[in-house]
Design a protein around this ligand. Sequence first.
Ligand SMILES: [Zn+2]
Length: 327
Amino acid sequence: MKIKTGIALSIISLLTIDVFSQSTVIDDYQKFFAIGKSNNKEIAIIRKYKSNEKINYLGIGLNDLKTYILNAENAKITPTPWKTILEQYDSAPYIKAIKAAKQKSTSLQNAGIQHGDSKEKGISLTIDLCPSHKPLDRIIFSSIIEEFKKFKTPEPVALSITGKFLKTHPEDISWLKNETDSGALEIIWINHTYNHKYDPKLPLDKNFLLEAGTDLDEEILLLEKSLLETNLLPSAFIRFPGLVSDAKVFNEIIDYGLIPIGSDAWLAKGETAKNGDIVLIHGNGNEPLGVHDFINLLKKDKDAALKNEWHLYDLREAVKKEFEKNN
Ligand SMILES: [Zn+2]
């Protein structure tokens, strides 16, 4: 009898593990600012939440712009107002990037950081996943994997994800996760807001995030929470829906600890990609021209890529390099 009970228990625990490996329960997700350390790296903590009844912090490496999750039981943190972090760490690449982005806060379109380090040979690829009924353009990813497979290192791509795309495309998200788990891709998740509201009848300055009644907490925090619930890590980056913002929304977004990312090469609009550019295409089935142009760009640079002279750059690395210089 004892043995039978043991088997039954182990089956239950296997089932439990399986369910939790697919989704994590996240509660009390909120803005929270502090300075913490992880393996001697200084982290700007920007969120606090409960996961399985334990308090965690989410932070951004002040020098490497990577995302860190710190467990409140082990982490030593010093609560610090966001304004103080901006002042005290103004020589760190994360804060320098925020301040540089802020200098371009007033343009209605394409505000924020538009390129990385132009000395690099290659580009940072960003792929927007706005809400869509069509499936993910998997060909973008399979072409990248095929082209760079001989190097056996994960190729970095940044995906601007909306909550609506995340919730309605579970199979595409698992497919991307498998490509990450296999070591073929490294995905940096950019916040593209939860709802990505858009009304074709409204003028730009009243559209997207500027639409009356927009709840920024929902747009920003609910997206991050949804990523964590899916076992994906939010990053320090945001791309405004439609690339549209005004100075007010821009400053409010920065106060969430996020770096707005524009683009200097939106391929479907006929813009060409130069070294160091942040390239934009849509991967949600609605921009075949951009996907086609990107595949052509890969083909054009194929020889250089095979000789290790043309790369896809990690957006965090590209921004870090641009802002760790002394200018
Ligand atoms: Zn979009």
